[in-house]
Design a protein around this ligand. Sequence first.
Ligand SMILES: *Cc1c(COP(=O)(O)O)cnc(C)c1O
Length: 417
Amino acid sequence: MPSTTDDVVATLAEHAAALDETHAATDRRDRFALPDGVVYLDGNSLGALQRHVPAVVADVIRRQWGADLITSWNLHGWWDAPTRVGDRIGRLVGAAPGQVVVGDSTTVALYQSLGAALRMRAGRAVVVTDPASFPTDLYVVAGLAAEHGLEVLTAAPTEVPTVLAGRGDDVAAVVLSHADFRTGELWDLPGITRAAHATGALALWDLSHTAGAVPVDLDEHDVDLAVGCGYKYLCGGPGAPAFTYVAHRHQSAFRPPVQGWNGHAEPFAMGAEHRFADGVARARIGTPPMLSLLALEAALDLFDDLSVEAVRARSLSLTGFLVEALAAVVPEVTVVTPRDAGRRGSHVTVAHPDAYGVVQALIARGVVGDYREPGLVRLGVAAPYLTHAQLLRAVLELRAVLDRGEHRAHRERRTVT
Ligand SMILES: *Cc1c(COP(=O)(O)O)cnc(C)c1O
């Protein structure tokens, strides 16, 4: 493979500089504590740390936990944090206040929401999902379907409306991700939600790869239920709790399978029988991981003066430029992410026969992406802390890795890829 000509690189560099200038108002790199020289392309897996967060967490630990002790549950608003932080996330996903709660993992949130959905559609025998979903979503669907004696029908999201029309009122729920975790393809949330409703099924969306990166407009599109991750584009930190959205109209019927004391109407009455709280608070379970929850709350300050629409505009420019630079500089690799901006989430994925080696060689050069089966190099574009110039550097490092065969070096595969 011939090396890229200097001309091509110079033109791309000029283009990157011009685009960075155009998008200067949404550059938030100063807020983040990223190491010098690193191009971080894994914010879709673990969002980066903001500079102000450690001090907030230290205060929670030293002053609130250390000095104010148990009074902090009232004094520092710990008890109400799941719904308070939920409302802040609600603003980012188009949910009016009172419909989002934070706590537990995405896996647990999905189990609770689908379990409640199946109770709300008792008598229907089918759950529809995408076979290419993130595995934990498939596992939860399979587990609940087995428990309820239901059939799991799999179809690519583009085929789901047809499948729904064919199965009529047999379908209890459609469980899909808003964006494909491998390819970054964005699915038609409004259209699929409408198709679900046309057959009386509930639409449950996993927003893990779009919350904080792509406008979702849950209320506007009449979504029934949604869950999403706190540690990806929301930057909440490793293991940050997930969120659950329950549309107002479904809240009185929402009865998740794990009924815990935090979701009780009167938790401190300490009654022997469970009675669901009014509103979305019934989606709470047990005591949330407070340090992580408050770190997530601090991280959401990022969006105080940065709308998700602005993040999206920046992200589309960045991912569009990345796709263009890949095509110009490394034409031999296949970009599996749609070129059409409207069908693209916020990461770009490249197929390569030695993708794991490519990812490791890039990391050695300071370009941090991740590897996903089968044979995919995933380049996450968390727009607030990336520039077009950095993406060009990433592409040039990829060129160098392939030219020098660095991806072929034998490497033992680590647990986390
Ligand atoms: C990241 C992600 C998860 C993560 O689930 P955890 O329970 O937080 O580990 C779940 N679903 C999707 C679609 C994801 O992208």
